[in-house]
Design a protein around this ligand. Structure first.
Ligand code: ADP
Length: 385
């Protein structure tokens, strides 16, 4: 272990030319089962340098460790620093633990969250289709593309964001003016029911009672400036989901489904729910569309193929893309190192899928930008980015 630590500490920070050891950036090196988890303190490092740094660490450890078992986590002491590279204002000082206001929320005019760009709800007809995994990894993809991203984990039945983002057991604090200070992970802000309730506690809140808490997550949380805020809804299409978004103006929704007929049937219900709420469905995602065997490289279509795409054309709703099954995606979720925060997967089928989905989302929200890009491409004979 000491040897490993030494090797990591000798890697150079491309921004300063000093080693990670000299800058005291290596805060934890530990094994969890076969996996080597390395935690770095990343204050003051731009996203670009962070990528280089992570690649350099993998490079020096490759000889000793299986690359697939190396996971790099990052933490920040001065959270305002994360956003320096993209021009974020400093955050308010924490004063005491944040408390939830369980109670009936006021139903009123739908409102926007100040300084927050696109708010997207992510839903599914049923649980277990990969909705939360998708939310965390889409957020990470958008963030790596230079966006300021936040996540609200509104899944009261099984809040998984604390685990997915390696922040189990952390309690959000409140600022002096009683705003909740969101937690931060991998340069993204997030808030989850899971960080307020004990993991083993049964959840007894019902639809209307949640209104107050959600309003707090939406409007009494110091989100700062965000380009995207993703809302991970609980699975299903009942009252809870309906009451969740009654006060918040959404810019659209995404429905995650697997290609199985049963899941698709439920996904249709989710579509009708968003219709009822007057929330435009940007598109559907086919998750676990196929399985690529690690050993033979062959692609297996466990649940058939193209189910979601054909459902989309039948229902007249957009199709955002498909994500294959990959063991590393599941492992990353279990270890709190989302797949799309680990550069070593760049170029893999799942990686490419997320990039494509994020680009489609960007084209959906910025069609004129893309027209401009393509026009410039034609004029200057450049390939489109
Ligand atoms: P949901 O939020 O819909 O209940 P989760 O995101 O918790 O579902 O995913 C359920 C399980 O499936 C998790 O163990 C997750 O790691 C795994 N999973 C999700 N998508 C994939 C995928 N494309 N490949 C492999 N495992 C996946």
């Amino acid at each position: 272990m000491e040897d490993l630590k030494k090797k990591i500490s000798n890697v150079q920070n491309p921004e300063t030319g000093k080693t990670l050891g000299e800058e005291s950036r290596v805060t934890k090196v530990e094994y969890k089962g076969e996996s080597l988890m390395i935690t770095l303190q990343r204050d003051g490092i731009t996203p670009e340098s962070k990528r280089k740094l992570e690649d350099a660490i993998i490079e020096v450890l490759k000889g000793d460790e299986d690359e697939d078992n190396i996971f790099i986590l990052s933490e920040s002491k001065k959270s305002d620093d994360i956003y320096k590279a993209v021009g974020k204002a400093p955050k308010k000082e924490a004063s005491k633990p944040a408390e939830l206001k369980v109670g009936h929320g006021q139903v009123g005019e739908k409102k926007r969250i100040p300084n927050v760009g696109k708010v997207i709800a992510i839903g599914s007809g049923k649980g277990g289709v990969g909705k939360s995994t998708f939310t965390a990894n889409l957020a990470a993809t958008l963030s790596a593309q230079g966006n300021k991203v936040g996540i609200i984990d509104a899944d009261i039945y099984g809040p998984s964001m604390p685990m997915l983002l390696n922040k189990r057991g952390e309690k959000p604090e409140a600022s002096e003016d009683k705003q909740i200070l969101p937690l931060e992970a991998y340069g993204m802000k997030f808030i989850s029911f899971g960080n307020f309730i004990h993991e083993d506690e049964p959840v007894v809140w019902r639809g209307p009672m949640l209104g107050g808490v959600l309003n707090q997550f939406f409007f009494e949380t110091d989100w700062g400036e965000l380009d995207y805020l993703l809302l991970d809804l609980p699975p299903g299409t009942g009252d809870v989901q309906l009451s969740m978004v009654q006060n918040l103006e959404l810019d659209g929704s995404i429905i995650v489904s697997t290609p199985q007929d049963m899941a698709l049937l439920d996904a249709r219900k989710a579509l009708h729910m968003f219709d009822k709420l007057n929330v435009h469905v940007i598109g559907m995602i086919e998750n676990m569309s196929s399985f690529v065997c690690d050993d033979c490289g062959k692609e297996h279509f466990l649940y058939g193929t193209g189910g979601v795409m054909s459902a989309c054309s039948e229902l007249g709703v957009g199709y955002l893309g498909k994500i294959p099954m990959e063991m590393a995606l599941r492992k990353g979720s279990d270890f709190g190192t989302p797949y799309m925060t680990q550069n070593k997967y760049e170029g893999n089928p799942v990686w490419k899928s997320y990039q494509e989905i994020a680009s489609r989302l960007d084209r959906y929200f910025n069609p004129s930008d893309n027209k401009k890009k393509s026009l410039m491409g034609k004029i200057f004979g450049k390939k489109e980015q």
